[in-house]
Design a protein around this ligand. Sequence first.
Ligand code: ZN
Length: 138
Amino acid sequence: MELQRPLPTPMTPEAMPYWDGLREGKLMLPQCNDCGKAHFFPRIICPHCHSRNVGWIQASGKGKLYSFEIAYRSLNPNFKIEPPYILAMVELEEGPRIMSNLINIEPDPAVIKCDMPVEVVFEKQTDEVTISLFQPAS
Ligand SMILES: [Zn+2]
């Protein structure tokens, strides 16, 4: 099967729990053991308090649409999803914002609303890589 989008590579060690989680249908987030705040993207130092004492939590997968853009053409030739499609910044319940695509909704600004509740969808790309997309919450 031809891939529809470029896959993330290389997968850095500090992000492996994230990718391992997606393969198992879990959205994992790094969370600081000192200040208690979650963050995204994964990194070895907490961006809130600069602690290196960072662990992982399983996120609920629920959040709200913080911002979006409808793409009418793809600028990356490796991105083969038929436009229009929706680029979405989702604010997770746990706090961090994550860039993704919003799916299972018309790419129409009349029906997409900021702050609308969304939930994660796991889409397997290869045996190694599953990605997180979002859809309107049921
Ligand atoms: Zn912290």
